[in-house]
Write a protein that binds this ligand. Structure first.
Ligand SMILES: [Zn+2]
Length: 253
């Protein structure tokens, strides 16, 4: 990968899109244009996959989304959050419009140096996703937690419960993989398509007390609705790609 296209996908939250664009156009910590620096281009690719399908205005409205942006700035830059809230409030008081995205991104620029933009963008995007768990586009079939199939709470059911929770919280496939990575779960690609895309996967769980790994269960053996193709249908519409870069990082080559 030598270059990253600036994304124009309309399903990306406009604030996150502006943060990413600023990062992609900036100079990275290796003193190269970030999109031409191999390690940074890969990180940018991860962030692009994470931001897919984050345009959540359909459900919460412009005002709620703008508050989520201000809240994200508050969480990432606690000493500057009041400024972000002030700008959001002033815009609403004036016209009930969201603040200009450029204004908030300019705020972020004031707080950061040119050398740590990628780390800042990662913090902003992961914080925004943390706030937006469970938000999906309309019509998505959601895998509800707490609907595990019957039987005793054995190893398989415990694993099913954890995978279901990650699937429920995720906005898209890359987000799901990130949640898996943050948890005590392991994910293994099991079948690949013509373009090396992952078609099926398996899961196991690591015992925190002794590091022992449970038996691996294939996605559809865990529960029919947790099969990877089914999960994909709950996360994405026709426009959202899968997450090949994130797969590579989370599950290995
Ligand atoms: Zn770099």
């Amino acid at each position: 990968m030598t270059a990253i296209q600036l994304r124009t996908n309309e399903t990306v939250d406009p604030f996150l899109a502006a943060v990413l664009e600023r990062c992609e156009r900036g100079i990275c910590e290796h003193r190269l244009p970030a999109h031409r620096c191999l390690p940074c281009a890969r990180e940018l690719g991860l962030l692009r996959e994470l931001t897919d399908s984050t345009d959540v205005r359909w459900q919460f409205g412009v005002r709620e989304n703008a508050i989520a942006w201000a809240h994200t700035i508050n969480m990432v830059f606690p000493e500057h959050g009041a400024q972000a809230y002030a700008r959001v409030s002033r815009c609403h008081d004036a016209s009930d419009r969201a603040p200009a995205i450029g204004e908030l991104v300019a705020l972020i620029s004031e707080y950061t140096t040119a050398m740590n933009q990628l780390a800042i963008a990662t913090s902003i995007i992961t914080e925004f996703l943390r706030q937006c768990r469970g938000r999906r586009r309309p019509g998505a079939r959601i895998v509800a937690p707490g609907t595990e199939t019957g039987g005793p709470i054995d190893e398989r059911r415990a694993l099913e419960s954890r995978v279901r929770m990650a699937a429920w919280e995720a906005n898209n496939e890359a987000h799901f993989l990130f949640l898996i990575r943050e948890s005590d779960l392991r994910i293994y690609p099991r079948a690949f398509g013509l373009h090396a895309e992952v078609l099926r996967c398996g899961y196991s769980r690591i015992d925190a007390s002794n590091g022992a790994e449970s038996e691996m269960y294939s996605d559809d053996a865990l529960a029919p609705d947790l099969g990877l193709p089914m999960l994909r249908s709950t996360w994405r519409g026709d426009t959202t790609p899968t997450a090949p870069i994130t797969w590579h990082v989370v599950a290995g080559p």
